[in-house]
Write a protein of this length. Structure first.
Length: 290
């Protein structure tokens, strides 16, 4: 399966509030993406526009060069499930799965049955009678069974306990290793997906703040500690962000490559350099732009 998803010049307002401002993205086939951002940054809005559940004010979304909006055949190539999916409260779980199997021609009944057993889902129960965690289990089961070319999980682990979150990630990785499809996880729960995703997109301030490989993100997430007057000698000091301060020692966060001249300054001034933890880097990058 291969499908290249392109988002070009995407903008969206709700009233006077700008939610997305000229967003450009390319989702390449065969990777697991993480779209991260704090609450209210437009993560879900992007996916609702991708799947034609919401109209953009400007821009377009294409799949292999063909517009998705108003195109049912293109929409059948994408499965998008989210926490807020609302089925009729009296709809039986087995009928929800049946609906997905009708829409997605490569739907895998065996995957559905295996996950129903692993999650302990009662398929005879009405959707409205399920706990929040069991509702999430139903949606991720349907998504993994869909065998869509692009599968989008919007806050997939909401309500899932530790054991069921583990099952979800195990099943996702197993599925990915088999089909090398395209999977997108949208979440504000940053820590738990660090080892799952390969590509990272961070949304902040209604724009794309970061669009890179996870390894590249980690390599550029620097923490530097020393006296403030020494840190100010670094050429990138003005582009850095304060991470913490303790007594006369200040720690700054800098996202980027450190030049040879700055490395020399670091040695001369006895500045300590290390790499920020993934979650700390995310929080620091986004805390002033949301």
């Amino acid at each position: 399966m291969s499908a290249t998803l392109r988002i070009q010049g995407l903008s969206k307002k709700f009233g006077k509030q700008v939610v997305l401002d000229n967003i450009n993205l390319e989702i390449e086939p065969g990777h697991i993406y993480g779209i991260l951002g704090r609450n209210g940054t437009g993560k879900t809005t992007i996916c609702n526009i991708i799947t034609d559940k919401l109209f953009a004010d400007n821009g377009e979304v294409t799949l292999d060069g063909e517009k998705i909006s108003g195109n049912p055949e293109q929409l059948k190539r994408i499965c998008h499930v989210k926490e807020a999916d609302v089925f009729s409260t009296d709809t039986k779980v087995k009928d929800i799965f049946k609906t997905y199997s009708y829409f997605f021609e490569n739907y895998d009944k065996e995957t559905e049955e295996r996950l129903v057993k692993r999650f302990g889902i009662n398929t005879k129960k009405a959707y409205g009678k399920l706990s929040r965690g069991q509702k999430s289990a139903v949606t991720v089961t349907a998504a993994l069974a869909s065998n869509a070319e692009i599968t989008i999980f919007d806050e997939p682990t909401t309500g899932l306990d530790v054991a069921n979150r583990k099952i979800f990630y195990e099943e996702l990785m197993e599925k990915y290793s088999e089909d090398m499809g395209t999977y997108i996880i949208i979440t504000h729960q940053v820590g738990e997906i660090e080892r799952i995703i390969e590509k990272l997109i961070i949304i902040g301030g209604n724009k794309i703040a970061i669009d890179t490989d996870v390894d590249n993100f980690k390599s550029k997430s620097n923490l530097l500690s020393g006296k403030e007057e020494d840190l100010k000698k670094l050429s990138f000091y003005g582009d850095s962000k304060e991470f913490k301060k303790f007594g006369s020692t200040k720690t700054i966060f800098y996202y980027g490559n450190i030049s040879g001249d700055d490395l020399e300054t670091i040695r001369e001034r006895d500045i300590e350099v290390g790499k920020a933890e993934f979650e700390d880097a995310f929080v620091t990058i986004t805390k002033e732009v949301n």
